[in-house]
Design a protein around this ligand. Structure first.
Ligand code: PLP
Length: 438
């Protein structure tokens, strides 16, 4: 499969190139040249297959030309070593729980897949030189990437995070791992971390002596596998005979997750429509209303993984529907919630259903409450386990929610991080010194 850039000014890339580069040279996002329709028989029998079997069929449509079949099967089966169940919450409303992976958030799926795919290419092309993954994080991305790549041979991961600005729970998920993971605690903000990573990719000398790559959410190897669980959700609804008039609601920040759902629909998955649920960062909501896309600096909310003022995957949505506002608003409707409304949704849902939402899933739940009609079946993506936001959720519900064993185990680990100033020369010197020390 060939990959083109949404800006159409970069050379066409192979899958391997698109994965290693992340962003195309014209700063566009890579798109697969073709989105293959899956056969009707696949959808007729989808409820007879396991999650792994379904995902393998979907993966073959994207990666089948570039990855040998057995290897691809191994990558998919290994990635999806946990379930993504559809759980009833209240009448006509279901949660697709994407938090049963190692770091309890949906980003585990893409991060694990990308690590295994990159490792496949390193072996296939017999790359001897170590590959270095640089990732800046405000919390969730760093943990998913670090755990996804943990122990993968030939790859070293550097996670940069702002000192004192991520929660203890989040910090423990990437500072206690050791092995091929180095955590760097930057005296600065998330933007400083991101700037350090960007500067590293542009530094000629550094790129001459080290192979650098990014694992951020725009990477096709992280983005495309997110389509898997939309098919699996549909399969589970079919088992319950609830597969007609399905509305999928996605709590959205950078819009990677929902775009993967739109790809699934293009492949033939019978989804009636989508809802994109925003927190107060409602650039997409405004776009649907007005037809004008005007990015803004992000504002801080309690659903902080969605605090995005310029959603990068908007470029993919535009490309998918040839820039047509009419087509986009036909398929996707919007919703936006303040912190007060998010808190109320968490309270109400717990009171009425005894289901504990996290602040991101709460936006999705509320958007279904507000936008679903009688004849529709609504599924919202529960993107993280509420215990990842324990302080916030405990305060809202005035209770102590339990911590899953996986999370408790991280918190028992010993923190190891390198402290650095938000200064590119110190960062560069550290990378070079660390490379030589290994
Ligand atoms: C990353 C994240 C989101 C937003 O997903 P996008 O693909 O960026 O739209 C929502 N919820 C949680 C918990 C996340 O970590």
């Amino acid at each position: 499969m060939k990959y083109y850039s949404t800006n159409k000014e970069a050379p066409i890339a192979s899958l391997h190139e698109a994965v290693v580069k992340g962003l195309a040279s014209d700063k566009g996002l890579y798109m697969p040249a073709e989105i293959k329709k899956l056969p009707d028989t696949f959808f007729e029998h989808i409820d007879k297959f396991t999650f792994q079997e379904i995902a393998f069929e979907v993966a073959k449509a994207f990666f089948g030309e570039d990855v040998e079949e057995n290897a691809l099967k191994g990558i998919v089966y290994d990635t999806l070593a946990f379930d993504c169940p559809v759980v009833p919450v209240e009448k006509n409303i279901y949660a697709l729980e994407l938090f049963h992976g190692p770091t309890l958030a949906f980003k585990d799926v893409g991060a694990r897949f990308m690590a295994r795919l990159l490792s496949y290419f390193i072996h296939k092309d017999d790359i001897k030189e170590e590959v270095n993954v640089l990732v800046a994080t405000s919390g969730d991305t760093g943990s998913a990437v670090a755990n996804g790549f943990l122990g993968v041979k030939g790859i070293h991961v550097y996670v940069l995070y702002p000192k004192g600005k991520v929660s203890k729970i989040q910090e423990s998920q990437f500072t206690t791992l050791g092995q091929n993971i180095t955590a760097i605690e930057v005296n600065g903000t998330f933007d400083d971390c991101q700037a350090l990573v960007k500067n590293a990719f542009m530094d000629k000398e550094l790129n001459h002596v080290m192979k650098l790559t990014s694992a951020n959410s725009i990477n096709v190897a992280r983005f495309l596998p997110q389509a898997f669980y939309y098919f699996y959700a549909y399969a589970q609804l079919k088992t319950l005979n609830l597969h007609n008039n399905v509305v999928i609601c996605v709590p959205s920040g950078n819009f990677g997750n929902i775009t993967a759902g739109l790809f699934a629909q293009q492949m033939g998955l019978p989804i009636k429509r989508f809802i994109a649920a925003n927190n107060a960062n409602n650039i997409f909501y405004k776009y649907l209303e007005t037809g004008i896309y005007s990015p803004k600096p992000s504002v801080q909310t309690i659903a902080n993984a969605m605090d995005v003022g310029n959603p990068s995957n908007f470029a993919r949505i535009l490309d998918l529907y040839h820039g047509s506002h009419a087509e986009i608003s036909n398929r996707i409707s919007g919703a936006t919630y303040t912190d007060e409304q998010i808190k109320n949704a968490i309270k109400e849902c717990f009171r009425n259903n005894h289901y504990v939402l996290d602040p991101h899933g709460a936006c999705g739940y509320q958007a279904l409450k507000d936008g679903l009609s009688e004849s529709e079946v609504g599924v919202f993506l529960e993107t993280a386990h509420p215990a990842k936001f324990k302080q916030t959720v405990d305060k809202i519900l005035d209770t102590e929610i339990g911590i899953p064993q996986k999370l408790a185990d991280f918190m028992k680990g010993k923190k190891s991080a390198v402290e650095l100033a938000a200064d590119f020369n110190s960062f560069k010197a550290f990378l070079l010194q660390n490379k030589n020390a290994r």
